[in-house]
Ligand binder design. Structure first.
Ligand code: BYC
Length: 318
């Protein structure tokens, strides 16, 4: 008991001093559980997030656009792998995490349950979804858990490239023909509100924020980050000559921020509960891909076993 108190005290001192907690350090069970929950959900989001954009790789309008989109989708796979690895350092296996995703026990970001209907959606997703991801994830580079914080550094660099490529697609479309500009506006209309929902429930109802902020896992609340995103994105929309689909949006001289209209939390809850436009399709596609990849996993395991057998027989001969 006293030993646990000492360990807890040391943990609290580390947090207070902004020192990183590492995989082998003692940590409270609830801290470990919160990290496993958040990091695995984040990893699942990256992997499921490959689907809406992967849907357009074969239909990209040019070879250049195709190769850029292909690279972006591959980057998302890489992000998923760093994040699964970071979660594994906390004592959960990859199989357990994937099983939770495939059986619907684990969440992933609501945003990836919306369909990508036109090429302009590739612009809107890069600009808004990756833009929101950066806003949320840059502070995670300073998360108190070392392996997560370090994984986020590279993720954020790549997300910045993704955001710029999305904005560039939107710029090209909004400076193109009237029809192209209309496509850009239509994509903006459909992705704006779901992007605001990515930041999670508002502060009054977010059940984990307070504790996560105390542990310095989260550095800002959901509402703070959402507001920053709105403030950053509205001037970008003006530059594109597009209209933010919110009649209540206006600059507030007093607060120095944009006021925006109410978010449809009913829609958010439905999507998180599995009833969004594409939830079923996303999980079915994911499970099928996993099943089709069984032979690759088996071959890799057999190869690894053979290599380690060879290495150990060389060691014993030496
Ligand atoms: N969708 O108490 P709260 C990306 C859940 S970007 C679904 O505020 P927390 C990407 C939440 O998990 C997207 N579920 O929780 C970008 C919790 O449920 P449980 C992924 C959501 O954890 C471009 C409950 O609602 N980013 O990957 O303090 C291309 C209560 O919420 C959502 C990350 O995961 C949502 N939008 O705060 C490709 C970033 N929002 O677990 C990929 C890391 C909330 O109690 N995660 N929920 O059943 C975070 O920063 C935080 O986990 C959140 C939520 C801000 C998302």
């Amino acid at each position: 008991m006293t030993q646990e108190m000492d360990l807890n005290q040391r943990f609290e001192q580390y947090i207070a001093a902004d020192q990183k907690i590492e995989a082998k350090d003692w940590m409270p069970d609830a801290y470990r559980k919160t990290l496993i929950r958040q990091i695995s959900q984040h990893a699942h989001s990256e992997i499921i997030g490959m689907q809406p954009e992967g849907n357009w790789i074969t239909r990209a309008p040019s070879l250049k656009r195709k190769s850029i989109l292909l690279a972006k989708v591959q980057d998302e796979a890489g992000h998923g792998l760093y994040l699964y690895s970071a979660a594994e350092t906390l004592g959960i296996s990859r199989d357990e995490m994937l099983d939770a995703l495939h059986t619907g026990k684990a969440k992933y970001s609501s945003i990836f349950n919306y369909p990508t209907l036109t090429w302009a959606d590739m612009g809107a997703v890069g600009w808004l979804v990756d833009g929101a991801a950066i806003m949320n994830q840059v502070p995670l580079c300073k998360c108190s858990y070392g392996p997560y914080a370090r994984a986020m550094v590279r993720v954020c660099k790549e997300e910045s490239f993704h955001q710029r490529q999305g904005f560039q697609i939107m710029l090209t479309l909004s400076q193109g023909t009237a029809e192209q500009k209309e496509l850009a506006q239509d994509a903006f209309n459909r992705w704006w509100w779901p992007s605001l929902m990515m930041f999670g429930p508002n502060d009054a109802t977010s059940k984990h924020s307070e504790q996560s902020m105390r542990w310095k896992i989260k550095r800002f609340s959901n509402d703070e980050l959402r507001q920053r995103f709105v403030d950053m994105t509205v001037p970008q929309a003006e530059l594109l000559g597009l209209t933010v689909p919110d009649a209540d949006l206006k600059w507030n001289e007093v607060t120095g921020h944009y006021d925006f209209g109410p978010i449809d939390w009913g829609e958010f809850e439905q999507v998180v509960a599995g009833n969004g436009p594409c939830n079923r399709e996303r999980i079915d596609t994911r499970v099928t891909a996993h099943e089709n990849g069984a032979w690759v996993r088996e071959a890799a395991t057999a190869y690894a076993a053979k290599s380690s057998k060879r290495a150990s027989s060389q060691n014993s001969a030496a």
